[in-house]
Design a protein around this ligand. Structure first.
Ligand code: ADP
Length: 494
């Protein structure tokens, strides 16, 4: 076990889960290990919750929804979430160290995973406070004469939130806070590799806010069956999930029996269409950075670079130089911007996909394996593969590693066809000095989001989500709050 080393080093988080207002271990006191991906050392443990624990958590959330004023008392919810934002701010540096410890993401790039979600708690508190829960839509003609209609927005009920490990605190907040502010009660099931980003949220809610018992529960577990139990539970009204498309399908199927509302943010295989007039010197170093900065463990990463054949070699040179210069190493070193993959299993998946690409005819331009200077930690070198067949596995499956594939094309139509040749439709990117031309191409991409010339589509104020097998529903923006509400249309006298 590695204890706290310094103010900036490895830090173990809360072991206990939160059920019905009480921080607790599972009945048998079983625990599972948490490993720091940069040192490969076990740095602490978390309680290993069971389906019996999940059963109690869902019962608590059900009771809190059905028998308390939570779903009706907007002012109290605003008070509680404002408290939560203040408490998260007090715990900010602790949460940051726990994040780096669990995920191995470089401390230099934690702002979007710590400061941003804390600010977003305030955003949702304000959005929910100002939201019109009862809207008069005026008088409508009917066969039986005119009727006034009002729309009442009700909380959906008990929301189960199942989260992945790549940006755990961000997603634990993004999946639960708008749900809470809309008046739902919540059971959060964090990912196995990152239990503390969930259990710490539970601890902070329990110790530092007035959020009532049962309104927010966190069940930590090392077993997929505990998440599966949440997804199938008839007392749960809605599941919000971020993770792989395979697990998303299982969750959708599990909810079918009770017709559960389901919000899914799944995998991606996004393309970056570099048009023939693009400023390659601006677009491609940024593309390389995006691929490396979270070790490629991002669902929205534009990992398929489509280069015009007329500028193919020029583009490849810039990408190669950018990837070779990228600072990879110890996530605690503020000079590094790419850390390890989160686990050996993930590293092997990435290396296996790279090998499949080479077997299918791709060329390794740089990287392709484990960096020699980093024998400890689950590192993968920034990797550039050229001559990638758009139908090859490496061009079709999500890699979740610091890997860019490059495919050549002739003409915008071919580029768009290659970009859309995917079961996924999460995001995409277009680069061109002609913004109108880029916008025209972006409009033809079958995805939920597109970035043009590096201008991000992603943020709390705009809807985010996928088409095709990348998901159902939207987070963020006004849409992201409506997802956690049901509209009830009421007809009444004029
Ligand atoms: P990964 O394969 O990268 O670990 P997953 O999509 O499998 O990603 O996991 C994301 C989350 O889904 C985790 O919290 C995990 O525990 C949970 N999970 C895994 N399998 C199931 C399932 N069958 N039903 C519900 N949740 C699940």
């Amino acid at each position: 076990m590695t204890d706290v080393q310094s103010d900036t080093g490895v830090l173990a988080g809360e072991e206990r889960m939160l059920i019905d207002g009480e921080l607790q271990h599972t009945a048998t006191d079983a625990k599972f290990d948490v490993v720091h991906p940069a040192s490969e050392e076990v740095v602490g443990q978390a309680t290993d919750g069971t389906t019996a624990d999940m059963d109690r958590a869902v019962a608590a959330a059900r009771r809190a929804f059905d028998t308390t004023e939570w779903s009706r008392d907007v002012a109290f919810r605003y008070h509680c979430l404002t408290q939560l934002q203040e408490a998260l701010t007090r715990n900010k540096e602790r949460l940051r160290r726990i994040l780096v410890t669990e995920v191995g993401c470089p401390i230099s790039v934690t702002g979007s995973q710590i400061e941003d979600p804390i600010a977003e708690v305030g955003h949702w508190a304000n959005h929910g406070k100002d939201f019109a829960y009862l809207v008069d839509t005026g008088v409508h003609p009917t066969q039986l004469g005119p009727a006034r209609r009002k729309i009442h927005y009700d909380a959906v009920g008990v929301v189960g939130a199942i989260t992945p490990w790549n940006v755990p605190l961000y997603l634990n907040i993004a999946e639960t806070v708008p749900a809470l502010m809309a008046g739902n009660t919540v059971v959060l099931k964090p990912a196995q590799l990152t239990p503390w980003s969930g259990s710490e949220l539970g601890r902070i809610v329990a110790e530092e806010t007035d959020i009532p018992a049962g309104v927010f529960n966190v069940v930590v577990s090392n077993a997929n069956e505990v998440g599966a139990a949440l997804a199938a539970d008839p007392r749960v009204d809605m599941i919000t999930f971020t993770g792989s498309t395979a697990t998303g399908r299982a969750i959708l199927a599990a909810g079918a029996a009770t017709v559960k509302k389901t919000l899914l943010e799944l995998g991606g295989k996004s393309a970056h269409i570099v048009l023939d007039d693009a400023d390659l010197g601006a677009a491609l170093p940024m593309a390389a950075m995006m691929a490396c900065v979270m070790s490629g463990q991002s669902c929205i990463l534009p990992s398929r670079i489509l280069l015009p054949r007329s500028r193919y070699d020029e583009g490849l040179e810039i990408l190669k130089a950018s990837m070779e210069a990228f600072p990879v190493g110890d996530p605690w070193d503020p000079g590094k911007m790419q850390g390890p993959q989160i686990s050996e299993t993930q590293r092997q998946k990435v290396l296996g996909l790279i090998a499949s690409g080479v077997a299918a005819g791709a060329t390794v331009v740089t990287g392709g394996g484990v960096p020699e200077q980093l024998p400890t930690g689950y590192y993968v070198a920034p990797t550039l593969l050229s001559d990638v067949d758009p139908d090859a596995r490496i061009a079709q499956e999500e890699i979740f590693g610091p890997v860019l594939t490059v495919t050549g094309y002739d003409g915008d139509d071919e580029a768009i066809a290659i970009a859309n040749n995917s079961i996924y439709g999460l995001s995409g990117e277009v680069s061109s000095v002609d913004v109108d031309r880029a916008l025209g191409v972006a409009q033809r991409m079958r995805t939920g989001n597109v970035t043009i010339n590096g201008k991000s589509h992603f943020g709390i104020t705009s809807p985010f989500g996928g088409t095709k097998q990348s998901g159902l529903g939207r987070r963020n923006g006004a849409e992201g709050f409506l997802e956690y509400l049901e509209s009830k249309t009421i007809g009444l006298p004029e």
